[in-house]
Design a protein around this ligand. Structure first.
Ligand SMILES: NC(=O)C1=CN([C@@H]2O[C@H](COP(=O)(O)OP(=O)(O)OC[C@H]3O[C@@H](n4cnc5c(N)ncnc54)[C@H](OP(=O)(O)O)[C@@H]3O)[C@@H](O)[C@H]2O)C=CC1
Ligand SMILES: CC(=O)N[C@@H](CCC(=O)OP(=O)(O)O)C(=O)O
Length: 350
């Protein structure tokens, strides 16, 4: 059994980790933290876990964390990096659901997250946890920077177009993405109140969002161009939708003459042929967020609405493939398990 600790167990990604790990045959959660609710039984806060999780919240300085095989940080940015050195020294692997280990350029991290990086040396060894594109490195990793929710959908949608050089104008990519409000976490904020978020639709972060640099870092790596190269550049615009879970990303790329001649449907089907969590839908499809709700699946449809334009539609659940499911997928790889263990739940409908 893999002994698991979770820091930040009262939040939405924390409880999603618990839901998935409670059904995982090879993992056992042995410590789960909350500063505010220390001492409270987990099932008192989340009755959905009654009979499945028999633990009480403990404070994040809990010694049991150093006895774990792996610790997930489902915490705000900046928390994991403050505890990483101690945990690694104790032989514990670490998966951060926040952004402490995603951006490789320390100055970019400090600019977008407004804090100094506590451990650039650990950042340098950390592996970006997107299994479909980085599987072998994840198997060997001690530290995982779990991808942002929006960047997961954007990378999976653009990857087939970027891996083959010369298909698209990679310097002018566009990603219009929309998320349900659970993407903002459980903490109280005015913009996620029912009266603010329901019956409404709006863009936000239009002057720049912290997922922009993450998306561009990764798309450049996928395309095989140097970090920071303007050869690959994506405009990212997030939107808030009046839903609880789910991300829908609409991606656009101008096709070159070579791309116009390509069979895009065949390209996507071949690229994801062996991927257990990526479903390339039949031509003409419009995937819905509810078709992946509470599951680790991503559904993708590729269209050519104009002779020189590719449009890719991607849906994922922000809390599962966009966060906790992906983190468990990484854990499975890091511990030599079948990647799909504990993650094949059928999506919840309606
Ligand atoms: N929601 C989503 O869809 C996604 C979220 N993420 C990222 O995952 C992380 C968690 O997100 P989410 O679950 O939504 O957030 P929430 O706000 O819902 O939960 C945050 C959790 O962290 C704990 N926490 C807060 N500050 C500290 C601290 N200084 N030390 C230890 N624990 C702390 C809180 O509990 P307490 O205060 O009681 O200690 C709480 O359990 C964030 O970094 C987020 O950006 C990534 C992808 C998707
Ligand atoms: C709807 C909503 O607010 N979504 C969050 C992104 C989700 C997330 O938490 O991503 P990180 O891990 O990178 O912070 C946002 O735009 O800030």
């Amino acid at each position: 059994m893999i002994k698991v600790g979770i820091v930040g167990g009262t939040g939405y990604t924390g409880v999603e980790l618990l839901r998935l790990l409670a059904q995982h045959p090879e993992a056992q959660v042995v410590a789960i933290t909350s500063r505010k609710e220390a001492g409270m039984p987990v099932a008192d806060m989340y009755p959905s876990l009654r009979g499945r999780v028999d633990l009480a919240f403990v404070t994040p300085d809990e010694a049991r964390l150093t006895e774990c095989d792996v610790v997930f940080f489902a915490t705000p940015h900046g928390v994991a990096m403050s505890q990483a050195r101690e945990l690694l020294a104790a032989g514990v692997k670490l998966i951060d659901l926040a952004a402490d280990f995603r951006l490789k350029d320390v100055s970019e991290f400090e600019r977008w997250y407004g804090m100094p990086h506590a451990c650039p040396d650990i950042l340098a060894e950390a592996v970006y946890g997107l299994p479909e594109l980085n599987r072998e490195a994840i198997r060997r990793a001690r530290v995982i920077g779990n991808p942002g929710c929006y960047p997961t959908s954007v990378q999976l949608g653009f990857a087939p177009l970027l891996r083959t050089p010369g298909l698209v104008d990679a310097a002018h990519l566009i990603a219009n993405c929309a998320s349900g409000v659970s993407g903002a976490g459980r903490k109280a904020e005015v913009h996620t109140l029912l009266a603010e978020a329901s019956d409404n639709f709006k863009a936000y972060g239009v002057k720049g969002h912290r997922h922009g640099p993450e998306i561009n870092q990764q798309l450049r790596q996928i395309a095989g161009v140097p970090a920071g190269s303007p050869e690959v550049n994506c405009l990212f615009v997030p939107h808030l939708i009046p839903a609880i879970r789910g991300i829908h990303s609409t991606l656009y790329a101008r096709l070159t003459p070579q791309g116009q001649a390509a069979d895009l449907q065949g390209l996507f089907e071949e690229f994801y042929r062996n991927e257990p969590f990526v479903d390339v839908m039949p031509p003409g499809s419009a995937p819905e967020t509810r078709s992946v709700r509470a599951s680790n699946f991503v559904r993708i449809a590729v269209h050519k609405p104009m002779p020189d334009l590719a449009m890719v539609l991607v849906v994922e659940d922000n809390l599962t493939k966009g966060a906790s499911g992906q983190a468990v997928q990484c854990m499975n790889l890091m511990f030599g398990l079948e990647e799909t263990v504990g993650l094949l739940q059928v999506p919840v409908l309606p």
